[in-house]
Design a protein. Sequence first.
Length: 340
Amino acid sequence: MDTHPLLRPIVVVAATLAVTLLAGWLLDLALRRADARHSETPLWGLLRRCRPPFLLVLAASLLQAMRRNRDVVGHALTLVLIAGAAWLLVRIVTAVVDSVYARYAADAEDEARVRRVRTQVTLIQRVATATVIVVAAGAMLLTFPEMRTVGTSMLASAGVLGIVAGIAAQSALGNLFAGLQIAFGDTVRIGDTVVVDKEWGTVEEITLTFLTVRTWDERRITMPVSYFTSKPYENWSRGGAQMTGTVFWHLDHSAPVDLMREELQRILKTIPEWDGRTGSLAVTDTTPHTVQIRAVVTAANADAVWTLRCAVRERLITWLVTHHPYALPRIATSEAAPRP
């Protein structure tokens, strides 16, 4: 029995495996040393994620180069090589983008600008990934002779197909362009506090087609990005994260307003969320039975102002109940004072 036809493939596969593992180990060693020497940037550490696709591309290239003829196995290796190269390119782009953003976020002091850059680089990364995948899929299809013939015949009707596809994908294309408009128009960013459809939450994720808002009670609202380019909404983080909040009380007409102002100042000094910019109290309305008293307070961001409002409302009510219970609203049942 002739063992030569079986021995050669085994030797080729074993040699390819040994060379691939050795090259992968050397690459990882070089990246680790570069990461240790250049601690100011995370790029070299992030590039270590490229090791699996690098090994795949190297192994497929070596096996392809050692083959004598082009058969089904050779075609399969070509497909693996294209897919591995696309995977490697996506990993490299992701590492570079993440490294640039990490260095920018570490040096920047403006939180709003950091969120804007994060939104932009995230969408750029996804556009680049989608482009690489589409190109790789097209290259893989072109390796089939049948697909080349089909592609040639379809060129004549490309205009009609383009019109049909455009009409069918009108909504998807609208969301795609809306996502790009959001990324570079700086209308809404990841981490912004927004109010949409009377729901208050934080923008958690922005893609090319949809946007996710995380509400205060941990729910996720997924909306098409075209909503934020066609309808009005509140962005509490636009123009700076500082917020002004209001607290209302409905009290009896005998409420000690001057004493409440003094107590408000004392309460604010004990709450860490108060930023010290504004803390005032005034009577803003009156009814036959009560007066409306409003306090205006400020905090560094939307989350802090919510906590501050709740704390002020609770502590001032407790103070009134303890020291001035007559100021609480009630229905009078006694006779009115005689008219002079």
